[in-house]
Design a protein around this ligand. Structure first.
Ligand SMILES: NC(=O)c1ccc[n+]([C@@H]2O[C@H](COP(=O)([O-])OP(=O)(O)OC[C@H]3O[C@@H](n4cnc5c(N)ncnc54)[C@H](OP(=O)(O)O)[C@@H]3O)[C@@H](O)[C@H]2O)c1
Length: 258
């Protein structure tokens, strides 16, 4: 063994995609990868928004914007076509874009169920599948390509009120992570998932902006605090730099699901 810390964790020379990278958890992931030395493409539905965030993130490294609605076939194809033009292929795909729908039992609609399952489960599968040729290009045993799916503590048994498709979509995403990990490991493409607890974002604002709900949620976290951007950045760098870890679901939740 002759590795130093820098070579163990460096992402220099690696190209990454972070879906939903223009804010919230996706921005925390993008920042981590940039700090690690990767060149990062952030994906979102609104061109102005992703371009503005990419400009801001360029203070950390090479960052580009990609506009795509991943709930549509055209959006998946746009990302696939962009990556196909990168000569060195794609080393890291982070399937982070996701959504949550809430309605009382009895009023939860078929459309809500379809949109949550569509973005949280179907899109990560279709995008991974479409990007396989790009992921295969740089993949070697000593430097595998990585797919990292952003699941949730809600997919590990932690339950939330009136979110009848969110937890199930994340539990299924965790399972899909393991299925794809087994299939792709012989090709040196590793597939892992991060299951976050509670991090500040647009999605978690409905809970965190309400002092009572915030206090209830905090009381459920043994570490006694919310997740912070550096918590997410440190984990994604370590996963994206790993050489032997695949098929794992790592809870990042301050002990919430213990
Ligand atoms: N925050 C938490 O506490 C927490 C906990 C557990 C898991 N997570 C997971 O972390 C991920 C990010 O969530 P977040 O909390 O950061 O929520 P967020 O702030 O609402 O971010 C969601 C991201 O997804 C993008 N997105 C939404 N629909 C899209 C579409 N059709 N096509 C492309 N991009 C789309 C959004 O970008 P645009 O709207 O600009 O398109 C946005 O950047 C999700 O998978 C979520 O389930 C979050």
């Amino acid at each position: 063994m002759n590795s130093d810390l820098e070579s163990l964790f460096s992402l220099r020379g690696r190209r990454a995609i972070v879906t939903g990278g223009a804010g919230g958890v996706g921005e925390m992931l993008a920042r981590g990868l940039l700090i690690g030395g990767a060149s990062v493409h952030i994906v979102g539905r609104y061109l102005e928004k992703v371009e503005a965030k990419a400009r801001e993130l360029r203070q950390l490294g090479e960052c580009q914007a990609l506009q795509a609605d991943l709930a549509t076939d055209a959006g998946i194809e746009a990302v696939r076509d962009a990556a196909a033009a990168w000569p060195g292929g794609l080393g890291i795909l982070i399937n982070n874009a996701g959504m949550l729908a809430r309605a009382p039992l009895g009023e939860f609609t078929s459309a809500q169920r379809d949109s949550v399952l569509g973005l949280n489960l179907k899109a990560p599968f279709l995008l991974t599948q479409a990007l396989l040729p790009s992921l295969r290009r740089p993949a070697t045993a000593s430097c595998p390509s990585h797919v990292i799916n952003i699941g949730s503590a809600a997919g590990l048994g932690s339950t939330t009120v009136d979110t009848y498709s969110y937890g199930p979509s994340k539990a299924a995403l965790h399972h899909m992570t393991r299925v794809l990990a087994r299939k792709l490991a012989p090709e040196h493409i590793h597939v892992n998932a991060i299951a976050p607890g509670l991090f500040p974002s647009r999605m978690s604002a409905s809970v965190l902006d309400d002092p009572q709900k915030r206090a209830v949620m905090l009381a459920r976290i043994p570490a006694g605090r919310l997740g912070e951007p550096d918590d997410m950045a440190a984990l994604v760098v370590s996963l994206a730099a790993s050489r032997y870890q695949t098929g794992t679901i790592t809870a990042l939740d301050g002990g919430q699901t213990c």
